[in-house]
Design a binder for this molecule. Sequence first.
Ligand code: GDP
Ligand code: CA
Length: 330
Amino acid sequence: MTPPPRIVVLAGGVGGSRFVLGAREALRRRGVDDTAAALTVVVNTGDDLWLSGIRLQPDIDSITYALAGVNDTERGWGRAGESERVNAELQAWGAGWPWFTLGDLDLGTHLARTGWLREGLTPTQVLERMSRRWHLGARLLPMTDSEVDTVVTVREGGGIRSMHFQEWWTRHRATLEPVGFENPGIAEAVPAPGVGEAIATADVVLIAPSNPVVSIGPILAVPGVRDALRETGAPVVGVSPIIGGRVVRGMADVCLTAIGVETSASAVAGLYGARGDGGLLDAWLLAEEDRGLADEVAARGIRPSVVPLWMTDAAASAGIVEAALAAARR
Ligand code: GDP
Ligand code: CA
């Protein structure tokens, strides 16, 4: 048997976890037993936050729970069979944020993580430890060990003010007009141990259909990541999070508008840029609904592939990953 392709995925939470499930499924279909040796996921940590003294890592947890099969598939985030007794107590104390629910099972994760961080483990070491509880079938790496939590600047009442990304996203449902996204401290950050090496030794790098601005954006903003992507011998293939000119889940359109990028599969490809042109992409997967944009993508110097991009289940996502691997080979 030929060795399995070493796949590196750059991913955010919801779109990222569905895509990663597909990557693991695609490897399993190829008869790969040790999928964790073939699949490395570099996860956005821009969503992370401190709340009531504990460290939350929403995108890392979304991917971990999905791979473990303990995620709430109906609600789309958090743990299945969740309860909220501790949250009610926190609210009664006036602790935390009244609009941000912390489930009991989820809190167990956050407490374990925070304890280990306080003992001196790095986020990479904590994630490695957390990856042992369940059989995930993938190696997860935070994009960086530095805290670079995303801050959103919004226009409000004639002025501007800044808030944590989670406040803007969860409390305000992205309704306050953003004028910019920043990750304070990111200029001094370095990629987490293993990230550079994974990219350098990959057979293919896949950019998941995640939010280009607040999920993939922070990963690419860690100094060294863009260089690693430009220098790797592996093809870099992106998957459009935009289908038929619309975002599928979430509010990525608001984020794109804020940075002056149209909500279109071609414009997002342009944001990442063609590798031959100083950008990142060799190839770009477009949805069938966006077939008409294939020429525009090609004109940007990026090879387009038109495939169904609805990640309805792991099988559908695996099909997308297979199409990405095929696009990489061409
Ligand atoms: P978050 O971190 O939880 O916001 O999730 P991600 O950043 O990983 O993913 C959010 C993005 O996933 C959104 O911009 C959606 O457009 C995209 N997305 C969600 N479901 C699908 C799907 O079924 N197909 C595709 N192509 N994109 C999707
Ligand atoms: Ca996220």
